[in-house]
Design a protein around this ligand. Structure first.
Ligand SMILES: Cc1cc2nc3c(=O)[nH]c(=O)nc-3n(C[C@H](O)[C@H](O)[C@H](O)COP(=O)(O)O)c2cc1C
Length: 232
């Protein structure tokens, strides 16, 4: 795994900005939050610290923040399936609108060099708001394709930082109950995003002291990764 983001960005930035007038590359960060806990969210808090680091190292970066818990995406339905999978394409205005929204979300993802996903564990998995985003962007022909041998991810060339908070602790005996991190790792890899950096905030339900220690550990890990990358 590469050091987090910065080194890769820096190399590309340098390569393309020798003459600032001809600058063509700017880092694009897609920042997704999905906690239903708003300002009390640990995953949001840790993600903000990562964003601070990224902003500090890339003042020119464009950051698109989508709070999936506030601006809800709809669940997919029959019209969505027709709009996105029917070889004849969308047939009604509603289907055209659904396709346009999904296309816009895919475009936003494909344009990103770095994706930050902050999420809490809900009922052993991810919030349905984040699942709704995945259902919008996991599109055959856009973010993955089927070949004769195996499916191929098309959303490649990105780094992803996953910031996951959970009330319990899943690094031990509870690991088989974790359908949050393994699911995200698998579905993102399926779409071509294999360069993942994981920051866990575990045991947030075990009291403030445990939660704060977990936040501190995750923030420390972020600072170390970003410092390594900046020095690379
Ligand atoms: C509806 C709901 C369901 C939850 N389910 C689980 C769970 O299955 N396992 C767990 O460890 N924590 C569970 N939690 C606790 C959250 O994972 C924990 O509060 C975490 O810190 C949430 O992330 P956030 O702080 O970013 O909001 C649940 C919390 C809520 C509100």
């Amino acid at each position: 795994m590469l050091p987090i983001g910065i080194a890769k960005f820096k190399d590309r930035f340098r390569a393309e900005t020798k003459d600032p007038a001809k600058r063509t590359f700017m880092t694009n960060i897609l920042y997704l939050t999905s906690s239903p806990n708003g300002s009390q969210s640990y995953s949001n808090r840790v993600a903000e610290r990562l964003l601070d680091e990224l902003r500090g190292n890339h003042p020119d970066a464009s950051i698109k923040h989508r709070d999936l818990a506030r601006d809800l995406l709809p669940h997919i339905d029959e019209d969505f399936v027709h709009a996105t999978r029917d070889p004849a394409g969308p047939r009604t205005q509603r289907q055209r609108d659904l396709l346009a929204r999904s296309d816009a979300l895919v475009d936003e993802l494909l344009a990103a060099d770095f994706v930050v996903i902050a999420t809490g564990m809900i009922n052993f998995s991810i919030p349905s708001t984040l699942k709704a985003w995945i259902d919008q962007v996991a599109r055959a022909g856009r973010t993955f394709s089927y070949s004769e041998s195996a499916p191929r991810g098309l959303a490649t060339g990105k780094q992803v930082a996953l910031i996951v908070a959970r009330g319990g602790i899943y690094s031990g005996d509870m690991a088989p109950m974790d359908f949050q991190v393994p699911y995200l790792q698998k579905v993102l890899a399926f779409m071509g995003m294999t360069d993942l950096h994981l920051f866990e905030v575990e045991g947030t339900a075990y009291g403030v002291e445990t939660a704060e220690k977990a936040v501190e550990a995750a923030v420390g890990k972020i600072a170390r990764r970003c410092a390594e990358a900046a020095a690379a």
